[in-house]
Design a protein around this ligand. Structure first.
Ligand code: NI
Length: 193
């Protein structure tokens, strides 16, 4: 998930991964369970965190760096965390929040999702985790879980908004400079904490 800081310039430091963006088929695949947390997974997580901080983002799912595994990293200000094989066990309420995605850079939309969720999974040591999350954290978990299912923000938009977004994305990626624009499709940028 995109950082509320909304910086557009990439960090000068080369991140270990380039975040995959809209149009990359890996973003549309359902990721596989992590069956063994070995050294490769630990290295993947390290590199994902570095990539996430470089963007900057507050969450990053493995498919966004081209790895079809069910895990994501995040940091909402309390330090880096990893959730492996996450499941939303329960969700409640409804909350509208302006949401952006590192894989759909520069675009933000107000999206309705459950306000509170109960997330289960494991941490990087293989210990079970069970987290009651609401608002931003619940939003982030749902957003990253979507990535593990091949779902993007665009899938949450109504037909008209989605059409406009796809047009913007097509124009952008047809742009030979490839420079992300700050084109807004309706977000007012005021709803972030
Ligand atoms: Ni995302």
């Amino acid at each position: 998930m995109k950082s509320p800081l909304r910086r557009t310039a990439r960090s000068a430091d080369a991140a270990p991964y380039e975040v995959r963006v809209f149009g990359d088929p890996v973003l549309r695949k359902v990721a596989d369970e992590v069956t063994d947390i070995d050294g490769k997974v630990v290295k993947l997580v390290d590199d994902m965190l570095e990539t996430m901080y470089a963007e900057p983002g507050i969450g990053l799912a493995a498919p966004q760096v081209g790895v079809q595994r069910r895990l994501f990293v995040y940091d909402v200000g309390d330090g880096p965390e990893t959730i492996v094989n996450p499941i939303i066990a329960e969700s409640r309420g409804e909350w509208v929040y302006e949401e952006g995605c590192l894989s759909v850079p520069g675009l933000f939309w107000e999206i309705v999702r459950p306000k509170e969720i109960h997330l289960t999974g494991s941490d990087l040591d293989g210990n079970e985790v069970s987290i009651e999350a609401d608002e931003l954290l619940a939003r982030l978990f749902q957003h990253e879980l979507d990535h593990l299912e091949g779902v993007l923000l665009l899938d949450h938009l109504d037909d008209e908004t989605r059409k406009a977004a796809l047009k913007t994305l097509r124009e952008r990626y047809a742009d030979p400079t490839g420079s992300p624009s700050r084109t807004s499709t309706g977000g007012n940028g005021l709803s972030l904490p």
